[in-house]
Write a protein of this length. Sequence first.
Length: 100
Amino acid sequence: MEQLDPRIHFALVCAALSCPPINVYDEATIDQQLDLAAQNFINGGEFAVDLEHKRIVMSKIFQWYAPDFGGSAFNKVRLGAFSSLVRYGAQFLIDSPEKE
């Protein structure tokens, strides 16, 4: 693998409640399947934007693997690291004004 594809985090199963569901992936359609896995994970409650209260809630996966999503490793939320994670997650929101 030349470069890590962060969507893999939405396809790997760790057997915890917050993990993605088990699925089978096909080499010929892996790109579309990973997009779908990311959309399902993010739109399934693991990433929520509340514009009215100016609040964002996201799965711990984004914090644990922040560098994979374009952020930097952090223990406490820093604006620079957080904004990269929000941008990454927001691209998979379906038909939502928060996507902007």
